[in-house]
Design a protein around this ligand. Structure first.
Ligand code: KIV
Length: 266
């Protein structure tokens, strides 16, 4: 296995091998992803929902994102770590966008940043790339625009929307993005986008033709039992395992079985 994944490795993987990306928000999870050979670790703003219990990603800010990014980068020795720029950290001005992207590298020690949107945020992306900061784009269902999109729903179903997504992807490539996340897009549209650009596409609910796949780690591990949209596959049932372990602990304490002599000092 390669020592350290670089931006060049991600770009040159297109057409050669499938890429993997998962989210992590803490040191321990990052350690396991890194050990398991995952190419990219995304410190997603999904943190707001799966870790902090918010109903969407809008209320998380730079301070919380940097705090968690630093925890993730401390454990990741091999994987490329990407910090997700939170809502309103790049939309309002180019200057703010560059400053905040820089903080992900300076303070979070991330290797790259991700931000949502197509042609509307091209000026920000160009300026961030010009500052020497690698950028991953994000198209389709962009959760920071949930109010505008009218909910978390599949994007690009009609012909005009699909064409706009292809144009957005081309614009992101031109602006210097090293890859693009495609979220909640019909399989055929994601396939067309993937073949329209020379940088890798990383799909989540975008079918098998993307150059790589990403999932939120809580979904993959079955930690978020109530959330089971079509694109999520539970590779483990950790929610069940955790509940059983905690219940066993409670019962053993209640009946005086824990701690036994094996777990006591003499
Ligand atoms: O915040 C996040 O976890 C993401 C992924 C769903 C791609 O943006």
């Amino acid at each position: 296995m390669k020592d350290k994944i670089t931006i060049q490795d991600i770009i040159s993987a297109k057409g050669q091998r499938k890429l993997t990306m998962l989210t992590a928000y803490d040191f321990n999870t990052s350690y396991y992803l890194d050990q398991s050979g995952i190419d990219m670790i995304l410190v997603g703003d999904s943190l707001a929902m799966v870790v902090l219990g918010h109903e969407d990603t809008l209320s998380i800010g730079m301070e919380e994102m940097l705090h968690h990014t630093r925890a993730v980068t401390r454990a990741a020795k091999r994987a490329l770590v990407i910090g997700d720029m939170p809502f309103m950290s790049y939309q309002a001005s180019i200057k703010e966008a560059v400053h905040n992207a820089g903080l992900f590298l300076k303070k979070g020690r991330a290797h790259a940043v991700k931000l949502e949107g197509g042609q509307k945020v091209i000026a920000q992306i160009k300026a961030i790339v010009d500052a020497g900061i690698p950028v991953q784009g994000h198209l389709g269902l962009t959760p920071q625009s949930v109010r505008q999109l009218g909910g978390f729903r599949v994007q690009g179903r009609d012909k005009n929307q699909a064409e706009e997504l292809i144009q957005d992807a081309k614009a992101l490539e031109q602006a210097g993005c090293f890859s693009i996340v495609l979220e909640a897009i019909p399989t055929e549209v994601a396939k067309q986008i993937t073949s329209s650009v020379s940088i890798p596409t990383i799909g989540i609910g975008a079918g098998p033709h993307c150059d790589g796949q990403v999932l939120v780690i809580h979904d993959l591990l079955g930690l978020n039992e109530a959330f089971k949209p079509k694109f999520v596959k539970h590779y483990a049932q950790l929610g069940k395992t955790i509940r059983e372990a905690i219940t066993r602990f409670r019962k053993e304490v209640e009946i005086g079985e824990f701690p036994d002599t094996e777990h006591s000092y003499f």
